[in-house]
Design a protein around this ligand. Structure first.
Ligand code: 25A
Ligand code: L14
Length: 345
């Protein structure tokens, strides 16, 4: 018995929202209808969808009545306002913002890692931060096999994570530099073209940025492991699509790189690209537009017995946001128990 679902996409006109529409189409999600929602700024705009166009509607308190599920990517303040309204009207929400991720009532889900926690959702499900998702898809098989005590990660993050305006800013600054014109930095605190910025989001009291602390706290919640130690340095680089990460781990028990590579090559959602002698390793330009996480440069650490280093790349708008959210939606519709009813918020 197959059913079709009425799906809402809030933030449909943004960088992530458009990719959600692409994912629903590419993955053959069984939708009966797709409702594109955004702010008044975009109401009336037409978006390409499934060989046709859909018109963006302004979101309001009644937008979610009659929908079977919704995917949000309009930022934290919009999610804070509308996710409870949707859940109360019987429309479960998969939320891409940071708003609900640390709320105890809200499961934080990477399907390859902790799909089982979906069972206790109450109408709002959080999609993790992009950098955390790709790191954990890569580490999950090693975590399960030998345990991981400590992670030290440096990220090289694309501008598309910040949204459409940042994509335009990198392109515009690059053009102006080539034309010997003055440039302005509007989206980021400094110029991003031909530069690296060791700041993503705002700084917190401990000297780390919010993005870095998201990687620490979300890793603990998704692995369900308060003891795992994580330290991150998040860097914005002048790349349009695809986050790269240099990941170092200390495992609880020893594992040879070859054995780790073998485990990773069988893990869902993960592709090993690791032939350095042929110049083959994961790169952002190859990951762009793909749904998988790519891992390579897997090697033994030279300073400690149980250390491994690797390079992990994924499309931040696909697996880092839209794909992961649509995969959660696919899990929801597989079990009618997870969809029915409405929730108190
Ligand atoms: O708060 P957070 O969690 O840190 O998230 C901050 C931002 O990150 C993106 C998303 O930006 C979000 O705003 N984001 C969210 N989840 C993400 C994830 N997992 C993520 N990025 C990476 N990974 P975005 O640009 O991709 O998309 C924003 C969408 O949200 C809609 N929106 C914004 N405020 C809204 C709202 N919808 C309803 N109510 C609100 N109050 C937004 O629609 C877009 O779909 P829009 O209509 O506001 O804008 C569509 C187009 O209009 C242009 N534009 C934007 N701002 C202005 C503007 N034009 C004129 N003036 C402006 N001030 C843009 O070009 C945009 O394309
Ligand atoms: O928490 O700017 O999901 O690259 C995703 C995009 C945080 C910021 C999140 C970026 C956001 C990030």
């Amino acid at each position: 018995m197959s059913r079709e679902y009425k799906v809402g996409v809030l933030g449909a006109s943004g960088a992530v929202g458009r990719e959600v529409l692409n994912c629903l189409e590419d993955r053959g999600f069984p939708y009966a209808s797709v409702k594109a929602l955004a702010s008044a700024r975009s109401a009336g705009a037409r978006l390409d969808f499934a060989g046709d166009e859909i018109t963006v509607e302004e979101v309001g308190p009644d937008s979610f009545k009659g929908l079977d599920l919704a995917i949000f990517s309009a930022g934290a303040s919009v999610s804070r306002q509308y996710a409870p309204i949707a859940a109360r009207s019987g429309c479960p929400v998969v939320d891409n913002s940071s708003c609900w991720r640390q709320d105890d009532r809200v499961p934080l889900v990477v399907p390859e890692v902790n799909a089982r926690v979906l069972a206790r959702h109450r109408g709002i499900i959080a999609n993790p931060n992009c950098s955390t998702i790709q790191m954990l898809v890569a580490l999950k098989p090693i975590y399960d096999a030998v345990g991981i005590k400590r992670i030290i990660v440096s990220t090289y993050q694309a501008v598309s994570g910040t949204g459409q305006k940042a994509i335009e800013e990198l392109a515009e600054q690059t053009r102006r530099i080539f034309n010997c014109q003055d440039i302005a930095a509007n989206v980021y605190p400094h110029r991003i073209a031909f530069n690296c910025l060791p700041q993503i989001d705002v700084f917190t009291d401990n000297g780390y940025t919010k993005e870095e602390m998201k990687m620490v706290n979300e890793t603990k919640k998704i692995f369900g492991d308060e003891n795992i130690k994580v330290s991150a340095t998040c860097v914005r680089v002048p790349v349009f699509y695809g986050h790269s990460e240099a990941v170092w781990i200390e495992t609880a028990r020893h594992i040879e790189p070859a054995a780790a590579r073998e485990l990773m090559s069988r893990a869902p959602g993960l592709l090993v690209v690791d032939e350095p002698e042929k110049g083959r390793y994961p790169m952002a330009i190859d990951a762009a537009g793909r749904d998988e996480v790519f891992v390579g440069r897997l090697r033994a650490d030279l300073t400690t017995e149980n250390g491994l280093s690797m390079w992990v790349v994924a499309d931040n708008l696909r697996k880092g946001a839209a794909t992961n959210a649509v995969e959660i939606a696919e899990l929801l519709i597989r079990d009618p128990e997870l969809l029915k009813t409405s929730w108190e918020w």
